[in-house]
Design a protein. Structure first.
Ligand code: SF4
Length: 349
């Protein structure tokens, strides 16, 4: 357990490189110690100052008295038939969050949470049912990756990061931006911004701001071809209706020649008819985008149903006929509630 006194010490995983340099300078030490410490924290995954052998013994002792290193701890790992792993993590204050490891051909993608719970209340989402608890700190966002890299066999092969776990990343804007800064910093995790995707339910002003602040992959959870359906599925649409959202998307600069992704969860009898597909094709005609279709994952207690494969194929074909790059994304881990919109932060406890 962490004592009350230790809790008051600054957690070095909250610092950006610049903040670490300021902190180190304030201790009368050379600035080049800051990248050294960042590398121990992010690349070696050290949580003990004793490990940081490029620092003098005296300096390590001093650091251990005035700072701490804390990141989420693994409580439980559950594995799906398809190899997807859902990881339950405990935060310092006792709250639980979930990360998901998704297998690819040659490497793994980690889906990280950015909030404990979520306030957005999307009607198809299990996370929404537990309500909003709090924003995750930068150390708790990057810490999911550092912990899983260090403590799971897949760790070294985690090559992609998607912020699609619990929470709405852009509702925790400053902490998410700081986390991305440390994920892409050469002395932090050293990830390319092409390997990181932020997913949003449609906070239009923050989409525009993100485009000004950073160049990173963006996925927008759309799920409806018009405001009437979207209002029913996603309360955020009442604040930022489709026109406002799509205008913000048009302003968003994707890295390189990449396309913005619209995610579309297909729900039987709600948004998956042929007419819905035609409306969607017309709605997106001015967007530089691709579409990811996801079949709704049924979970206990939901009234929504998955559409038939025939319905899904007809929907996809309509979009392809209208020249959209349209992928039918296999939702991995649905048998362990690790798929899209199925994270609750409470499995098995
Ligand atoms: S889908 Fe995403 S934004 Fe919507 S309630 Fe669930 S976690 Fe929040």
């Amino acid at each position: 357990m962490i004592s009350r006194t230790e809790n008051l010490l600054p957690n070095l995983l909250e610092f950006t490189l610049e903040e670490m340099q300021e902190f180190i300078s304030s201790l009368g030490k050379e600035k080049f110690r800051a990248p050294q410490i960042m590398k121990w924290l992010y690349q070696s995954g050290s949580i003990s100052f004793d490990d940081m052998t490029t620092l003098s013994r005296d300096f390590r002792t001093k650091l251990s008295k005035i700072a701490r290193v804390s990141r989420p701890q693994i409580v439980k790992i559950q594995e799906s038939k398809d190899g997807t792993k859902k990881v339950l993590l405990r935060l310092e204050d006792g709250l639980f969050i979930e990360s998901v490891l998704i297998p690819g051909k040659n490497n793994w993608t980690i889906c990280v949470s950015t909030q404990a719970g979520c306030a957005m209340d999307c009607k198809f989402c299990l996370t929404a049912r537990q309500g909003f608890k709090r924003n995750l700190k930068p150390s708790e966002i990057t810490g999911q990756l550092i912990t899983l890299r260090k403590e799971t066999p897949e760790g070294p092969d985690i090559k992609n990061i998607v912020m699609m776990g619990m929470g709405e990343p852009l509702a925790n804007y400053d902490n998410v931006l700081k986390a991305i800064n440390n994920l892409t910093c050469d002395f932090g995790m050293g990830f390319s911004n092409r390997k990181i995707t932020v997913s949003t339910c449609g906070l239009a002003p923050q989409i525009v701001q993100l485009g000004l602040d950073i160049c990173i992959n963006l996925a927008v959870s759309l799920n409806a071809p018009d405001d009437e359906i979207r209002n029913k599925l996603m309360p955020v649409n009442k604040k930022y209706p489709l026109k406002v959202l799509l205008d913000a998307c048009k302003k968003y600069p994707m890295p390189g020649r990449r396309l913005l992704t619209f995610e579309y969860i297909l729900i039987d009898g709600v948004n998956s008819s042929l007419q819905d597909a035609k409306k969607l094709a017309a709605l997106l005609k001015d967007q530089r985008c691709k579409l990811n279709l996801i079949i709704f994952n049924e979970y206990p207690g939901t009234l929504f149903k998955s559409p038939s494969l025939k319905t899904v194929e007809a929907f996809q074909q309509t979009l392809i006929d209208n020249h959209y790059t349209t992928m039918l994304r296999k939702s991995k881990g649905s048998d362990i509630l690790a798929a899209c919109g199925q994270l609750s932060g409470a499995f098995g406890i």
